[in-house]
Design a binder for this molecule. Structure first.
Ligand SMILES: C[S@@+](CC[C@H](N)C(=O)[O-])C[C@H]1O[C@@H](n2cnc3c(N)ncnc32)[C@H](O)[C@@H]1O
Length: 199
């Protein structure tokens, strides 16, 4: 943490049995949104800056990327953003108290294109059951990918999972772009988006 910062954006992952009380973490009761697989944080850093009335958590498994997000959060004085170096599935399944998250953002998750690797994809029935529990009533998952086949596949998994409703795309025209999004768009690739609400 920078000596001048009044908050530490990097949440320690030293207690895997911890269930977060977000009010304690952030010092307020504002709604909490989470990004899974946040990469270098291009999306969440800017989104947190534009939405100071909400709290944000960036989950990422790679240390260098979490370090980058935490450093930039301090530089930009984003006291509403925290970063946590852990597996997305674990955080959603075991460290978020039920109903404590308002939005889950998933931007360009690893597509695992080979059939024998589909089991590694994030969107699975088991994950959706955990996400459903972590979300508040009416909470949503916003899913964006450049990979058309994963997009179709994920929507089929969602449609077969209990307690979800597809509420279509949201207006993302003013949303900050993630690092992979910028790269893919520069290559002329199209993004596919869907939004599923907990019902
Ligand atoms: C394709 S990149 C996309 C990064 C970012 N969302 C973006 O759009 O720029 C996928 C990211 O998810 C991270 N990741 C993959 N599986 C993960 C998991 N199970 N838990 C946490 N992070 C994961 C990777 O390390 C990588 O940074």
């Amino acid at each position: 943490m920078s000596e001048s910062a009044s908050f530490d954006p990097w949440i320690a992952n030293d207690d895997l049995l911890r269930v977060f009380n977000w009010q304690e973490v952030f010092g307020n009761a504002n709604p909490v949104e989470i990004e899974l697989g946040a990469g270098d944080g291009g999306f969440i850093l800017e989104y947190a800056k534009r939405n100071p009335q909400k709290n944000f958590i960036a989950i990422e498994r790679l240390k260098g990327r979490v370090s980058k997000i935490a450093k930039r959060a301090v530089q930009r004085d984003l006291s509403n953003l925290r970063a946590l170096r852990l597996q997305s599935e674990y955080v959603i399944g075991y460290m978020c108290s039920p109903g404590s998250i308002s939005v889950i953002h998933i931007m360009f998750p690893d597509p695992w294109p080979k059939r024998r690797h589909f089991k590694f994809r994030l969107i699975q029935l088991e994950f959706l059951a955990k996400a459903h529990k972590a979300l508040a009533n009416g909470g949503v998952v916003r899913f964006t990918t450049d990979h058309e086949e994963y997009f179709q596949w994920a929507n089929r998994v969602w449609a077969s999972a209990p307690g979800w409703k597809n509420i279509g795309v949201w207006d993302a025209s003013d949303d900050p772009k993630s690092d992979f999004q910028q790269q893919f768009e520069a290559e002329g690739k199209q993004s596919h988006r869907c939004q599923w609400m907990k019902i």
